[in-house]
Design a protein around this ligand. Sequence first.
Ligand SMILES: Nc1ncnc2c1ncn2[C@@H]1O[C@H](COP(=O)(O)OP(=O)(O)O)[C@@H](O)[C@H]1O
Ligand SMILES: [Mg+2]
Length: 402
Amino acid sequence: MKQTNWTEKYRPRFFSDVKGQDVAVQKVHDFVKNFPKTLKKALVLYGPPGVGKTTLAHVAKNENNSEIFELNASDLRNKEKMNSVLKPAIEQKSLMKEKKIILVDEVDGISAVDRGGLLELMRLIESSAHPIIITANDIWDKKFSDLRRKTETVQLKEVDYRNIKEILIGILRNERKVIPNDVITNISIKARGDVRAAINDLQTASGLDDPSKVLIDERNKETDIFTALKLVFKGKPNNALLGLYDSVKKPIDEIMLWVEENIPAEYQGEELVKAYDALSKVDIFKRRIYRQQYWRFLVYENAFLSYGISSAKNPGAVKSGFTSYKRPTRILKMWLNNRRTEKKKSIAKKYARYVHIGERRALYEFATVKAFLTKPEIQKELKLTEDEIEYLNKENSPALHN
Ligand SMILES: Nc1ncnc2c1ncn2[C@@H]1O[C@H](COP(=O)(O)OP(=O)(O)O)[C@@H](O)[C@H]1O
Ligand SMILES: [Mg+2]
């Protein structure tokens, strides 16, 4: 038995069903209602996938009891079709209904939409007897500059996870299915504003014995670090978090740096203290694990970093809003430090050979001979590389000491 696809089944029919897009809803409403007494003859809805762009055009059709004429980017490449199908559609009155809306869906969907197709579209926009709604992911490419000028543009943003959650709960109620609340929350967060993705996850989850599996093992897709951080920081602590980092394709040590870097962006006061506490436990465990080679204890490291950090929140608390997580700076610092140490070593080695002492002693004396090593003739004598010379010069410039 083929299941109906929930994203289609629950596609909004009226403006009031479209969640989290109040500005766009208003613009579409006004544009279609006021046409042709509008400033521009076409409205461009642009934004990431699954936020309601195509839906809004169809909703406008329902609300205005109109017809819709749909075409996509590939049609624009086909000159014949443009002239034989689109042109008449744009110029003629609607046959059955009072109104007709022209939808040019995903105008940027095919990379090779040529200038010819776009030019033709511009001409049709000028002469259109019907409101034209165009959707796109991105309209900032140079080739769309004409389009931007000739149309009204409206940006649709990622849908807030609380709105997504509301949509998901409505669907479950209608389907008479139950999924644990924290799983619904996490599906909503994981979608990163993409309602289509969330609904698809929900449908998958509803068919699983353990719905939380959809969060970590969904078609072996990897979880990106940003989603993982969001799940840990924003939602309530739950069991699904324990396996979360397994699906992130980064070594656990690097994940730790990401967590460390972003704790202050989410936690304050008591929570901050608790989070750092969990983090320091990770550190202690890690050192023991590495020293004693008890690798199976790595799960604890994982648990502190996921469940531990998540449960630093006040009991029952969740975090709302969008946080733009930062890349860890410590990786960079460690890397730079390593490079510096390397250079210092290689210089000391050359110096040691030159003055016939051991490498260790050369390193030990490094601070005292550094000034001597900045002399160009010495540098030449020691056959220092440019990198090494640069290192010495930097080390000796007071501004860079810390
Ligand atoms: N703002 C929204 N409110 C309610 N449902 C939405 C919203 N955005 C998307 N959806 C759901 O996601 C599906 C895909 O939305 P769609 O409008 O086709 O996305 P796109 O922005 O990629 O054109 C819809 O069928 C609907 O179920
Ligand atoms: Mg679409």
